[in-house]
Design a protein around this ligand. Structure first.
Ligand code: KIV
Ligand code: NA
Length: 266
């Protein structure tokens, strides 16, 4: 099977076929979600929260992203791979380009994702100008959690909505091949989707985007705290793991009687 390209993604949008995207952080999960049919896999910096046990995405390093993106690449053969540029790796167009070049060379992904609006336009122009495919990401941008003062819906008032419309246009013009809309009010997300040629990829933004993305752990119920309200888990993998491990522990202890003690050296 051939790997999808950004032209295949554009063709899905033109045909009106919704784009299905999920995160993955390792080779096994990449193989599983790809076999089940996702078009794109995001190696998200949600890695920080989901896999590395951090409180936010801020501590995630470029090396963390590269290690996990390379693993996803090894585990997959069909889905288009997008690697998040982590906090601090796109502070100006020059260092962003150097860091994105490292991601491309060292992982083999097809694209990178950059959080942010108008401030990211020169950076995205620079990356695209150097032959790197870029997915943009606006609305709730978790790398800005402290500057935003928390996680909440965006586009609720007219000032915020106008800003998002402007950002979407500017990011498409800068050359992004797709835009994640995270926690944007559904009506505005639908409107932005219709105003763009490139696909919008929604998360917590209603059903009327050109595609959807979700943290895979939230989809399959593989977590130890409740997922965000929009996630709607389709499985309870955490329970499957607890039950299997519980049986294993019980059987291990039951099958062996008291284990003989080593003879003491007198
Ligand atoms: O890091 C991530 O998983 C993301 C998405 C959920 C859009 O950026
Ligand atoms: Na992310």
């Amino acid at each position: 099977t051939k790997r999808l390209t950004i032209r295949d993604i554009a063709a899905l949008r033109r045909r009106g076929e919704a784009i299905a995207m999920l995160t993955a952080y390792d080779a096994v999960m990449a193989a599983l979600v790809e076999t089940a049919g996702v078009d794109m896999i995001l190696i998200g910096d949600s890695l920080g929260n989901v896999v590395l046990g951090h409180e936010t995405t801020l501590p995630v390093s470029l090396e963390d992203m590269i290690r996990h993106a390379a693993a996803v690449k090894r585990g997959s053969s069909r889905a288009l791979l997008v690697c998040d540029m982590p906090f601090g790796s796109v502070t100006d167009p020059d260092s962003a380009l150097a860091n994105a070049v490292r991601v491309m060379k060292e992982t083999g992904v097809e694209a990178v994702k950059v959080e942010g609006g108008l401030a990211m336009v020169p950076t995205i122009e620079r990356l695209v100008g150097h032959g790197i495919a870029v997915m943009a990401h606006i609305g709730l941008t978790p790398q800005s959690v402290h500057q935003m003062g928390g996680y909440y819906m965006h586009g609720k008032d007219e000032v915020s909505a106008a800003r998002l419309r402007e950002e979407a246009q500017a990011l498409e013009a800068a050359g992004a091949f797709a835009i994640v809309l995270e926690c944007v009010t559904p009506a505005l997300a639908a409107e932005i989707t219709l105003s763009l040629t490139i696909p919008t990829i929604g998360i917590g933004s209603g059903k009327d985007c050109a595609g959807q993305v979700l943290v895979v752990n939230d989809l399959i119920g593989l977590n130890t705290s409740p997922p965000p309200s929009f996630a709607r888990p389709r499985a309870d993998v955490a329970s499957v793991i607890r039950a299997a491990v519980g049986e294993y522990v019980a059987e291990t202890k039951a099958e062996r009687g008291p284990i003989p003690m080593p003879r003491r050296a007198e």
